[in-house]
Design a protein around this ligand. Sequence first.
Ligand SMILES: [Cu+2]
Length: 642
Amino acid sequence: MSQKKDDMSTEAVGLGRRRFLNTAALTGLTLGVAACNDKPETAPAASGTSAAAPAAHASSATHLKPGELDTYYGIWSGGHTGDMRILGLPSGREIHRIPCFVPDALVGWGLTNESKAVMGTKPDGSLRYTVADTHHTHASYKDGNYDGRYAWINDKINSRIARVRLDYFVCDKITELPNVQGFHGIFPDKADPVDPAINYTTRVFCGAEFAIPLPNNGGDINNPEKYRSMFTCVDAESMEVRWQVLIDGNCDLTATSYDGKLAATNQYNIENGVHYEDMMSSERDACLFFNIARIEEAVKAGKFTTVGTSKVPVVDGTRENNKDPKTALVAYVSVPKNPHGVNASPDAKYFICAGKLSPTATVIELSKVLDWFDGKLAELDKAIVAEVEIGLGPLHTAFDGRGNAYTTLFLDSQVVKWNVDAAIKFHAGDKSAKYVVDRLDVHYQPGHINASQSETRMADGKYLAVGCKFSKDRFLPVGPLHPENEQIIDISGDKMVLLADHPVRGEPHDFIIFKRDLLKPKQVYDINDFPLAIKDSKESGVTRNGKKVMVKITSQAPAFSLREFTVKKGDEVTLILTNLDKIEDLTHGFAIPKYNVNFIVNPLETKSVTFIADQPGVFWCYCTHFCHALHLEMRTRMIVEA
Ligand SMILES: [Cu+2]
């Protein structure tokens, strides 16, 4: 405890306790050990840290009165469940889950023909994939703020990107990226690099982590020096892959500039190693800056190759072939080894990379990177305007719009608040500049962090959410699998104030938080959006074409349009259901016992399922979503004749 107090008094200029682990190699070792600690240091906050106990007035902010609405939306990645989660903040209440990559039993995602078409199927009609690992979610921009059109989310396992429509909160497209593995970082652009009239998102950038032989078809397995990773650009509207850039090393996170000119990925494994040890031998890795206009000119000029059966243009962004600033497509700004997280400051000036294995944050000035591309900056690393110590295991950074950055310290189990301008002054030689403003213990081992409006020009500095990877003793024990702990922090004052803990099912990773008035969700579908819609209950009935049978049904509480329908054993049945109820919140379900069918239809929504009627008998199809006092009576009889 006294040790900790001593350290806190030297916080501004150095890191005391943290200093002894200043070398990246040692820190790397510690990273492995940290996960095994069953009790990280959780002593009461010492002087210099914020109080861990919430102040009474601030704490009440998260406890909304019954009927009171949240002021912010949070979009959270669902992790293994492959969905996107919608939270209300500051309460932290989970309001909705949007299935994307993994089947979902509530809505029938992965069961209906419409959702299977989005998810992708094998030639036999079964789903191509049923597992996922979502990490990052970001939304579309206009004028430097969210415009409420779309959000995107990644699947690291199968290198897929899903788009969610934010008018209906549904996934409408999924694209699998060619020739990459471990697709991790994702970020939409915020403007076009060339046309100033396009001040909104038209591209989404995707960084891939794992280097693989290209093409990965059995060749070059024993030539690790030929393994490469790629940075991919996806069209925001068509969701088709526009182009890819071959790079050295592995992409970690992704960030984009507000002027649309630069996208970046911080990079580890510049060594191109295939074994754990090889990936950490170099003292510095890099933050890669992609010159979007030049890449697209190169593609237009035909200066690209393709890989395997993919038709996607691939340009060369390797370090060796991008040394000349006048022609470079990619700039490799050096950062301490194995960094994690790259985040764009809301003043549009800087990207900040966190050190992970180094206790530092690196501040890179974007105008200087552009100067290098223009031949006006001789040494690229002069774009680094600060590289300052902030604590052990820095991972991700959020902003309050008042010049402060908030970085998670995985090893220290803290959030550190630091002032970017002061850090730049300190780096320039002013050792009296106190850039560390505050520290707050979090519980425990924080990964991602984000603040309200942090990733926009309108960062408002009200709330900070921290995704803690370990919850340990914060919730009632439920056996060996612990939930993760999402903590909400008030950042409106000088000191951070911890407001609330929320258990979440693993593991959300990343999230964004924005003002509720940026979204205008619709609560009833437009029936014309569905090609198969049955617009009048009189169109209901059974039509046969050989062994193929189409059953058309509508729902209007508390009845289905058909009281019964008959098919024959061996028929291929396609059942189409339109919910003709137009009233908000009047959803129906449709389940067929023994046929593994259950899905819901929202007001004026149409869905269909196809199955083989392989079991003769009577099957009571019933409404599974409570809709009416006569909900239990809402049924139809499927008769399958032997
Ligand atoms: Cu019903």
